[in-house]
Write a protein that binds this ligand. Sequence first.
Ligand code: FAD
Length: 395
Amino acid sequence: MMAAPANPEKQIRSIEPDDERAFMDAIDVWLEREVIPVIKHHDHGDIWPEELVHQMAEMGLFGATIGQEYGGLGLPATTYAKIVMQISAHWMAITGIFNSHLIMAAAVERFGTPEQKTLWLPKFASGELRGGLALTEPNAGTDLQAIRSVAVRDGDDYIINGTKTWISNAINGSCFAMLVKTDPKADPRYKGMSLFIADKRDGFTTGKKFKKLGYNAIDSAELIMLDYRVPASQLIGGVEGQGFFQTTGGLELGRINVAARGVGLAEGSLRLATEYAQQRETMGKPIAQHQAIQLKLGDMVTRARAARLLTMDAADAYDRGERCDMEAGMAKYFASEAAVENSQEAMRIFGGYSYSKEYDIERFYRDAMFMCIGEGTNEMQRMIIAKQHLKNNPA
Ligand SMILES: Cc1cc2nc3c(=O)[nH]c(=O)nc-3n(C[C@H](O)[C@H](O)[C@H](O)COP(=O)(O)OP(=O)(O)OC[C@H]3O[C@@H](n4cnc5c(N)ncnc54)[C@H](O)[C@@H]3O)c2cc1C
C-alpha cells in the first residue's frame, strides 16, 4: 500500500491487487457471518448496531481513507468505493456510520493544521472518536450559505450558538465537522463561514431524533449548541472564512461515497429480483421466463453496470489527484437514480411479497430514495453538471 502526496490538498493513492482482494474477502466474511443475520433486527427496530460498530472499528473502517501516517488504512477511493458497494448491496444504512465520519476526517486531513491532524486523525482512525458532518440547519439545506449558527471569538475560544438538524450519527457520535458563521454580515455570504472540529462537551447536546422512512439503525437527530465553548485551536485550518470552501472541497469524496451506496443498492435489488424471478412460477414456468420480467431485468442489469462504471471512473480520477467534481456529480446522480429505479422494479417483480417485511426488498426500496437527497440533491446535481458542461463548451 502506498500513500504519496500529490499536492497539499490531494493524495495520490494506490493498493496492491492482492491486498485489495484480501480486504474485500474479509468484508465478505464479515457480512455473511455477522451482518446479514442481524439486519432485520436492527432495521425494523431502528436499533443502533453497537456490536457491529466495534467490529467495524477492529477492521479499520473508521480509518479507511485516513492516511497511514495517522493510523488509518490509507485506502484509495477506488477500494473505498468497492467496500461501500459491497456492504450496501446487503445493507446500505450501516455504511452511514463510517461514511460521514470519513468525510469529517477528510476535511481535517485536507485542510487542518499539522497540529490538528496529529491530534485528531489517530482518534478518528481508531474509532475512539466517531462522528460526521454537521452542516444542515432547519432553514438551510441546499442553501448552506443561509445557515444561522454563529461562532463568536472570546479570548482563546469561540462561543457557538445554533441548531443543526438531520445530522447522521448525532446521538452515537461524539465529534463533528461543524459549519458556522464567524461573520454573519459577510458579503458574499460564504466568506463569513468557518468549519470547526466540534466535540461534545458542555453546551453541545443532542435534540430530537427523527423517525424515518428508511436508513434505519443509524441515528439522525438535531444538535443544539447553547453557549458552547470550543477552543480556537479547533477552527479547521486556523483561519476564519474558509469553511464553505472546505465543506464543498470535501464533496468529491462525499459524492463518490453516495454513488457507491447507490451502486450497492442497485446491484442488491438486482440480485434479489433475479433470485426471486428464477424461483417464482406462474403459468407453469419461472417468471424470469416471461418477457415482461426479462425487460425489467435487462434494464436493471444495464443500470447497475453503468452506475458502477461511472462511480469507478470518478474514484479513479480522485486517486490520480485530478479534479473530479463533475465525474463525482454524474456518478452520484446516476447511481442514486439507478438505486431508486432498480429497487422499484424489484418491488414489481416480487409482486405482493414485496410488501412483506419478511423479504429484504422492501428495505432497499425504503433506503434508496435518500441517496437522491444526501450530498446535494439530484436536482442541484444536474444543474451543476450542466453549468460545468456549458463552461467547458463556451458559445
Ligand atoms: C436521512 C438523512 C440524513 C442526513 N444526514 C445529514 C448529515 O449527516 N449532515 C448534514 O449536514 N445534513 C444531513 N442531511 C440533510 C441533507 O443534506 C439535506 O436534507 C439536503 O441537503 C437537502 O436540504 P433540504 O432538506 O433543506 O431541502 P431544500 O434545500 O429545502 O430543497 C427542497 C427541494 O428544493 C430543491 N431546490 C433547492 N434549492 C434549489 C435551487 N436553487 N434550484 C432548484 N431547486 C432547488 C431541492 O433540490 C429539493 O428538491 C440528512 C438528510 C437526511 C434525510
